[in-house]
Structures are given as C-alpha cells and as structure tokens.
Ligand binder design. Structure first.
Ligand code: 13P
Length: 250
C-alpha cells in the first residue's frame, strides 16, 4: 500500500522565532497522527533547528532544494552532505518556482535527482503545466516530458525513494485549485505513464501528491480521489490550524 503524505513547503517564509512557534503548535496538533506521513520544509537556516525540535515526533523535515555537486566552489549553495549532516533525509526538487525564477531545467534536475539518490535521500519531485499548456490542451504531454527528462532515467529500485508532486503552475498561490476531477485525471495519467515506462507494481507503489491552493475547505474532496495520495501545501502550511486541518482531511 502506498503512503498517504501531506507535506508543507514553507518557501521563503518564517524566521527562526516564527519557525519555533509553528513547530511547537504542529507538535501539539499532530501528536497522534500515525497513518499519514507529515513532512515540513522550512528554509535552510532553520533546518537543523527543525530537525532537533521534531526528532522525537513522527513529523519529518525536508529541504526545499539542494545543489547537484558533492561540494566545491559554488558560493551560496547547499550540498546533499550538508543536508544529511543536519538530519535531513528528504529534499524537494523541481518546484515550479525553482524552474521559473532560478532557471532550473529538466537536465539540471536530472543531475540533482542523481546526486540525491546516490546519497539515499527521499525526493519530492515537482512538476506541472502552465496555464497556456492547459488552454492549448498540451498539459499531458508537458507533464510527460518533465517526468521523462528529469526523472525517468532512474532505476526501478530507486522509486522507493521518490514521491511525486503534481503542481499545476496556474494553481500555485493563486487560490485557483484544480478541480478534484482534474487532479484525478492527471494523477491517473501519471500512474499510467509510470506503469508503461516501468511496470504496474512500481506505478502502484508511488505516492502522487497534488499541490496548488490546497486549503482546509477543499482538501478532503481532492484527497478522496483514487490516485491522489496527499498534498504538497504552500500558503496553508504556514498556519498550524490550517495545516493540521489539511492533514486530518486525508
Ligand atoms: P500554495 O498551496 O500556496 O498554492 O502552494 C503550493 C506549492 O507550491 C507547494 O509547493
């Protein structure tokens, strides 16, 4: 059975004090969540603190990005070894904001994927079409290309360390969410593509999260869809009550 997962991507929000407040509230609210895997992704400077705060809990800590090189002269960058040395075992790669604002290409992401997997990190791999792709009815092929170019070179065995996050760009931070039917249609397509590229068992085991304006009032109907295994939450993950309500909506 594939895992149900709710992950909070805090993006460039929450300083150290604010991180402390949010973590303490989540610790209280989510003490008894056992079946759903809960992940939070604070900014780099607060990762170690978050790891220390959460290490006795079931909540995992993820980084929002990492560099593809092992180490070296890459001013301002963070390596996989640095993440692992502060207890972080999960990394978000390919977020549309990284693709759009920081020029991350499928090829670069393929390299990051390789480095992360070599170090046995779990990857939350993000992808999704833009509004113009959906309007021109190319959203399935755009998503398929992103997966083929950035991820589908990995071995079958590596899929146990991969979580997929379908995030249509037009739904991120806009308040406009994909309908549960649109999410299900795309998730089923992704699973079928995985089955065709690898095999049915691999496809059935991979958790596919939906991301894009998931809120307490729409989470339940999105999560109820057969191929939606949880969510990657932006704005609503910054508030303990909202995030808790979304976790409990699974
Ligand atoms: P919002 O939930 O704010 O739309 O963000 C989604 C997202 O980008 C999560 O990675």
């Amino acid at each position: 059975m594939r895992k149900k997962i709710v992950a909070g991507n805090w993006k460039m929000n929450k300083n150290l004090t604010e991180t402390g407040v949010l973590l303490s509230n989540l610790k209280i609210n989510l003490e008894n969540v056992s079946e759903t895997e809960v992940i939070v992704a604070p900014t780099y400077t607060n990762l170690y603190y978050a790891f220390e705060e959460l290490k006795e809990t079931q909540i995992k800590v993820a980084a929002q990005n990492m560099h593809q090189a092992e180490n070296g002269a890459y001013t301002g960058e963070i390596s996989v070894d640095m993440l692992k040395s502060v207890g972080v075992e999960t990394v978000i790669l390919g977020h549309s904001e990284r693709r759009a604002y920081f020029g991350e290409t499928d090829q670069l992401l393929a390299n990051k994927v390789n480095t992360a997997l070599q170090h046995k990190m779990t990857i939350i791999f993000c992808f999704g079409e833009e509004l113009q792709d959906r309007k021109s009815n190319t959203h399935f092929s755009v998503v398929e290309q992103q997966l083929k170019n950035g991820l589908f070179h990995i071995n079958r065995a590596d899929w146990k360390n991969v979580i997929l996050a379908y995030e249509p760009v037009w739904a991120i931070g806009t308040g406009e969410t994909a309908s549960p039917e649109q999410a299900q249609e795309m998730h089923a397509f992704i699973r079928k593509t995985l089955a065709n590229t690898y095999d049915q068992e691999t496809a059935d085991e991979v958790s596919i999260l939906y991301g894009g304006s998931v809120k307490p009032n729409n989470a339940q109907e999105i999560f109820a869809k057969a191929d939606v295994d949880g969510g990657l939450i932006g704005g609503a993950s910054l508030d303990a009550e909202n995030f808790t309500a979304i976790v409990n909506a699974i």
